[in-house]
Ligand binder design. Structure first.
Ligand code: BTN
Length: 237
């Protein structure tokens, strides 16, 4: 697929969810590969597992549309966008890490989250970065760039993330998952360490040994030595 020219993001002062807006545009036929929608405020921002994503003014809320008609491995794009956010933030700060499956951490606390949703021929890549404020009382501790004395405007940060994303996307399209996977693992927290993965009401414990080279599943080595490949869950260190 030909890479799009940089497209000016569609900016909305307020919307229910940039992911929902992107999906509506796909459904109405007014969407295209590379469309970017950014909002200052989301009234119904969503996270993984349908959790609420608090979306007050000051943070970055964006959805990016990618045509996946000829990309059966499109789920790997969650690692591409996580890495793009990490690369963009690392130009301004130290202490950026990745948390499986697709969170970005800053000094061990969550600073960005990613929500992938499929709509027809498109993948909606929704991402939020805590620039000015972070929610309190979250399941996993959260932080924001401002707490680390890094003042970045959402619109400017978005341009940096998109530049990193399109570079990584081109590499991924040409050469597959290998380099993205290696770079993701190099920044990942907890590789080789014991962690707990919560799935619904239950959880699994084991050593985080690797990332599945085909689909990015987390490979956990349990105490009895057996390996399990996990495709979803919340990781705790
Ligand atoms: C998570 O960590 O659970 C994922 C959070 C994803 C939030 C972003 S903000 C932009 C886009 N629109 C949404 O409603 N959600 C995503």
């Amino acid at each position: 697929m030909r890479l799009p020219e940089p497209v000016k993001p569609v900016f909305l002062a307020e919307i229910d969810s940039t992911n929902d807006e992107a999906k509506r545009r796909v459904a109405s036929g007014s969407a295209a590969h590379g469309l970017v929608i950014r909002a200052d405020i989301q009234t119904k921002g969503r996270g993984r597992f349908d959790r609420k994503w608090v979306s007050e003014k000051g943070n970055l809320y964006t959805s990016l549309l990618i045509n996946i008609i000829s990309d059966p491995n499109y789920a790997q794009l969650s690692f591409v966008i996580a890495l793009a956010i990490a690369h963009a933030l690392s130009k301004h700060l130290q202490g950026v890490q990745l948390k499986w499956p697709n969170d970005v951490l800053l000094n061990t606390k969550k600073v960005a989250g990613i929500l992938l949703e499929r709509e027809g021929d498109y993948l909606v890549i929704g991402f939020g970065v805590n620039c000015a404020h972070a929610p309190t009382h979250t399941q996993y501790p959260a932080t924001c760039l401002a707490h680390e004395n890094c003042m970045l405007e959402p619109a400017a940060l978005l341009q940096e993330i998109l530049a990193c994303f399109w570079d990584l996307y081109a590499e991924w399209q040409q050469n597959g998952f290998a380099l993205v996977r290696t770079q993701w693992l190099a920044l990942a927290k907890g590789v080789g360490e014991k962690l707990r993965v919560q799935q619904g009401n239950g959880y699994l414990e084991g050593i985080f040994v690797d990332l599945d080279a085909r689909d990015g599943r987390l490979i956990l080595k349990k105490e009895d030595g057996s390996l399990v490949h996990l495709s979803a869950g919340d990781v705790y260190f």
